[in-house]
Design a protein around this ligand. Sequence first.
Ligand code: GUN
Length: 286
Amino acid sequence: MTLLDGKALSDKIKEEVRVEVEKLKNEKNITPGLAVVLVGDDAASATYVNSKHKSCEAAGIYSEVHTKDSSTTQEELLELIEKMNNDPKLDGILVQLPLPKHIDTTTVLEAINPLKDVDGFHPYNVGRMVSNLDAFLPATPFGVMRMFEEYNIGLSGKNVVVIGSSDIVGKPMASLLINAKATVTVCNSRTKDLASHTKAADIVVIAVGVPHLLKGDMLKEGAVVIDVGINRLDTGKLTGDADFEDCKTKCSFLTPVPGGVGPMTIGMLLKNTLKAAYLRDKRESK
Ligand code: GUN
């Protein structure tokens, strides 16, 4: 069994981005910029945002974090986004999800200029991704695709089961896999007999937020398991949606948690921010 080392791969991607950012600064006098908006006091979200900010700085990307308290109104948030849409320092805008219940997520995401939508959550980018056109791809599934590439895990003609159908992971993951010519099954909490699907899978991607849902006896011999889940147990320990010790006896490739898909997400966000800066340069050079 080979461990898919997301930490090492993400470090490599961050270094690639750092080198390209330096080149962009030297050759074009362009500094890519990212704004991250955090609304409310969700501890996990605050950790992710902090980590995004630090990684940007390490890569030479200008970064600003806007922390708003949970009573912030939708109008205030939309005003801030409008300002950021018009701010030439910013190539990317990311609103950390989930948002407080009184704010309509769709309205907020649709307010972001699609050319600055480095999360790839605006319907413009979602539509382009589904149509296999150039687009900003959501960082987590984009990171998983990069892992497949790095470890030479072929997708064409493979049976892939995606467990979870969220807008952030499951749905875009399924789209990218379909574009790569995999045969894709998407399961969710209503799926009858989940194991009957996973047992037929060459590759399982799980993103449901249920610790240790996927067991070794649900897999076929030699399956690849990509565990997107990050769950904090009562002991404080982080664990995935797959039962690692149980699955590792059956798998050919397996992602650890932590250190698997998690770190990839930030690497791909930096890539998207760099892409946004290149696109700005292309538009301005016309
Ligand atoms: N919350 C969990 N994952 C993500 C992500 O990739 N982007 C944003 N904006 N919020 C998230």
